[in-house]
Design a protein around this ligand. Sequence first.
Ligand code: 5GP
Ligand code: MN
Length: 322
Amino acid sequence: MKEAVSLVKKSQRILLSGHLRADGDCLGAQSVIYHALRQLGKQVEVMLPNAPDNRYGFLEAHTPWTLFAGTLPPADLLIVCDCNQLDRLGAMGDAVLASGLPRIVLDHHPMAEDHGWTACVHDCSAAASGLLALDFAAALGVENLPVEAHEAAFVALMTDTGWLKYSNANAAAWAAAAKMVEQGVDSARIFDLVFQQAEIGRPLGIAAVLESLEYFADGQIAIAWASQAHLEELGGSMEDTDDVLDLLRSVRTVEVVAVLTERAGGVVKLSLRSKHRVDVNQVARQLGGGGHARAAGATFAQGTTLADAVAKVRDCLLNVIR
Ligand code: 5GP
Ligand code: MN
């Protein structure tokens, strides 16, 4: 943390980024840091590797972002939020490496020893990167963040903890949530913006995924998937699978859930969740991805068919459940 603070203090143009398909935590953490750095008089730009889900569009009103299109803007420092591997930034990660920019990581995922970051704001026990961003703002001496920053931190916290349901929702998370509401965050408004603005095709997208559901190992493993063609046929959109994952995890016998969906261009995305004992981060790593012990994911290499991906995931899960 100390090194990160001194790096920020001596930098003037600061670039913020995060992982591909930035989620609520990634965008929320960026937004908190954006507001903190602006208060310190820094020039700040947020550049994302690609477009996030529409549900987070409202954050852009106070934390404008641009999308990477081959070149990085001029900067003397980069801060990457909510992931600690540059390959999670896709092509933007290659540009970062080539630029030689000093880089700070702000993240709560397990990190490799030889990580290559110039400085770290890192704590695996933090429920969300957004909470680390608040700690970082405080360490930078920023005391009065605007309500927009608290809202963004609230989005981060609530999306990564499933509205404080998941096992990462520790006392610090609950206390932070209460503080955010005290600071003026309208929790019902945020719930509406993030969770009640889905496209009209979403219920049928969910139905398409549920249609394929299969259980293995006496109901301990639940696997469901949907092809892009099937989703398109139904007009169903399935960018985010959290509610399906929650539903499958609600089954008494189930310990681990895998949901696979085909994305535009045929790329297969995997989401994994577990209840008590399976470390899905380890499973995801075997498949080229990563994450946390109870929530992880992977993106299969271009050319891997949905059927191949489903078979691989099933084999990995059957191995770990034994
Ligand atoms: P989700 O299933 O909601 O997309 O992601 C859950 C967790 O898995 C997140 O913490 C995220 O960091 C991680 N994750 C999701 N997709 C990928 C991926 O393609 N690669 C890696 N390394 N991690 C992922
Ligand atoms: Mn996160």
